[in-house]
Design a protein around this ligand. Structure first.
Ligand code: M6R
Length: 612
């Protein structure tokens, strides 16, 4: 989950590293550190945010044209300065940064301690740098080969960059299971966990593959070998990302900007894929697997967090529209429980980052068991799109706020199109019905625009909820996953304990929680279960619960019962999560602000969860 960045060339490295770390801070913000090559390696480390490091380093000489930087999400060892990266060899001549987890670090450490190595930190990472040192000492190999050989001893996940005083023209990078991308400038190179620190310097990148070690040499350029010593040819790709998408663009927080970007991100996730006039839908990735998909006995969706909620929406969509049995699995459970996957099953993995370790492991397992695996991802070139057989990107643009917002609606938009494509291709919906859905889908961006206008009302609602310690979110049908997602948004950024429930399940237990102090957010839009939902609201009111309702424009009945309500535009039930999730995102945003929480970087979290 940590972020790593490195530079080698003729510019000053430090400003590039700091800016890069600020861009990567979404990956972890427990501590930050840089190492710069001057006459010797100079290191600056601080616990806390990159800003702390900046303040501290501002008093010192930070010159140098080669350097490495790291922002940490702590796994092994407290988030303090000693455990902050970079970590060093015994003679301080080699510095190393790492993202991932070395699973056999305890065994390796024991062996290295026996050989006289002293460890200063509690991290798994420090083992790596001493291991490289030990290999070099025993074999007299070049640093590059020593790194390669050392990595053969390691189990677990890593993306690393190594800087050495004795190799002042080189950086060495390697990856297994954690992302790494190299930016190719003119006589300069950048290395980072994702392309965001690189984009303003070059569009040309090389994505490092698993078990590859990269030698970046200022004189000789880039060469790649696998850890098994096989030469690889670097494949240079062009980035499509735009720099302005990485800035706050006048908004106070990335999360707010991303919430407001949704009319555009939903539109972008449909652009070029649907044609309502002709009643046509085109999804390249699906087409390639047309026979397998149309004949699938079952579709298993696997994902984590918000993406798992999008998968739950997909369950309703695919069963409703394409009449195929669906199962939805937490990737972290699926990967460990020997699931039954039969021939004819299709697995669809959903992930914003495309790097979530559990989702990646679930994909590998499904592939091993012979399933066709599709991906729905946002980050182009990330690990999941490369690990799956085919898929569809979401085109939400970079999502930087840790709380996922526009990625969720983009996922639901893509999943809706997939369900429509499958239903139409299988014949469970006809062309006229498809065309009607497509017209409605095309209208969603402007309806989301309208839903965003409820912000002022939502803020008033937030004022009442902000002092609560608990909250319940209720929904039925398509609104049930939205209730789960609303509750997750609230808890992750405002630290209020919130639970999402299918409204009808209340009577089986959770209703005992309701009293005059319990805010209950109800999703009571006009749908097939509207009347039932009214009964559930009455059950809450009868126990003095405070009802905050999301209703369809023009609603009468729920408004009469609710303590406060927000009106959103009407749309077919199948598309309603795209709209009803908007006020819930705004609600969590305002509540978190009112409670003084860090909206974009909530405590203990990281955007991209690349550890188990
Ligand atoms: O990148 P992914 O979509 O695979 O990430 C999955 C979850 O870690 C993510 O959705 C997380 O739950 C978000 N913080 C929720 O806002």
């Amino acid at each position: 989950m940590c972020g790593i960045v490195a530079y080698i060339g003729s510019r000053e490295a430090y400003p590039i590293l700091i800016k890069g770390l600020e861009r990567l801070e979404y990956r972890g913000y427990d501590s930050a550190g840089v190492a710069l090559l001057q006459s010797e390696i100079k290191v600056f480390k601080k616990s806390g945010k990159v800003q702390e490091l900046k303040d501290y380093a501002s008093k010192y000489d930070t010159s140098g044209n080669i350097g490495i930087g790291h922002t940490r999400w702590a796994t092994h060892g407290e988030p303090n300065e000693v455990n902050a990266h970079p970590h060093f060899s015994s003679d301080n001549k080699i510095a190393l940064i790492h993202n991932g987890i070395i699973e056999n670090y305890a065994v390796l450490k024991e062996e290295l301690v026996k050989r006289g190595y002293e460890f200063h930190s509690e991290t798994d990472t420090e083992v790596l740098v001493h291991l490289i040192e030990e290999v070099q000492k025993n074999t007299k190999l070049s640093l590059f080969d020593a790194v390669r050989v050392a990595l053969n001893e390691v189990t677990g996940a890593y993306a690393i960059v190594v800087l050495s005083e004795d190799n002042p023209q080189q950086l060495i990078a390697a990856r297994k299971g954690s992302p790494l991308v190299i930016g190719m400038g003119k006589d300069e190179f950048f290395v980072a966990s994702d392309a965001t620190p690189i984009i303003e310097y070059t569009n040309n990148v090389v994505y490092v593959d698993d078990e590859e070690v990269v030698l970046i040499d200022l004189k000789d350029g880039l060469s790649i070998k696998t850890i098994a010593n096989q030469e690889k040819t670097p494949y240079v790709q062009e980035l499509e990302m735009k720099l302005e998408t990485l800035e706050k663009g006048g908004y106070e927080h990335f999360m707010l900007k991303e919430i407001y970007e949704q009319p555009r991100s939903i539109y972008d996730s449909m652009r070029g894929r649907i044609d309502s006039k002709r009643g046509d839908i085109y999804l390249g990735g699906m087409l390639e697997y047309k026979n397998i998909l149309t004949q699938a006995n079952r579709i298993i969706f696997t994902a984590c967090g918000t993406s798992w909620h999008a998968a739950l929406v997909a369950e309703y969509l695919f069963e409703d529209i394409a009449r195929v049995p669906v199962e939805v699995e937490y990737a972290s459970e699926f990967r460990y429980r020997n699931p039954v996957i039969n021939q004819g099953d299709v697995v669809i993995a959903i992930s914003q980052s495309g790097e979530t370790a559990d989702t990646l492991a679930a994909i590998e397992l499904a592939k091993q068991k012979g399933a066709t695996v599709l991906g729905v991802c946002n980050v182009v070139g990330s690990s999941i799109p490369r690990a799956t057989h085919a898929g569809a990107y979401t085109h939400a643009g970079p999502e930087i706020g840790v709380a996922s917002t526009k990625a969720f609606t983009a996922q639901v938009t893509v999943l809706t199109q997939m369900a429509l494509w499958l239903g139409y291709t299988k014949g469970t919906i006809n062309q006229a019905k498809l065309a009607r859905y497509l017209v409605e889908l095309e209208a969603i961006p402007s309806k989301v625009e309208e839903a965003l206008k409820t912000d002022v009302e939502v803020e008033k609602m937030a004022r009442i909820i902000a002092d609560s310690e608990n909250a319940l979110y209720l929904g039925r049908g398509y609104n049930f996953p939205v209730a789960l997602e609303g509750a997750l948004k609230l808890k992750e950024i405002s630290y209020i304990h919130a639970e999402g429930y299918p409204a009808a399940e209340m009577k089986h237990g959770p209703i005992a929680l309701i009293d005059e102090n319990m805010p209950v957010v109800v999703l009571a839009t006009k749908n097939a279960q509207y009347e039932k939902m009214i009964s559930n609201i009455q059950e809450v009111k009868a126990r003095k619960g405070k009802v905050f309702a999301i209703v369809t424009k023009g609603d009468v009945a729920v408004k009469e019962m609710a303590d406060r309500w927000i009106e959103i535009p009407d749309c077919p039930e199948e598309l309603s999560p795209l709209i009803s999730s908007i006020p819930l995102q705004l609600l969590s945003y305002h509540v978190a602000l009112m409670r003084g929480c860090n909206v974009d970087q909530p405590r203990n979290l990281a955007k991209s969860v690349t550890v188990e």
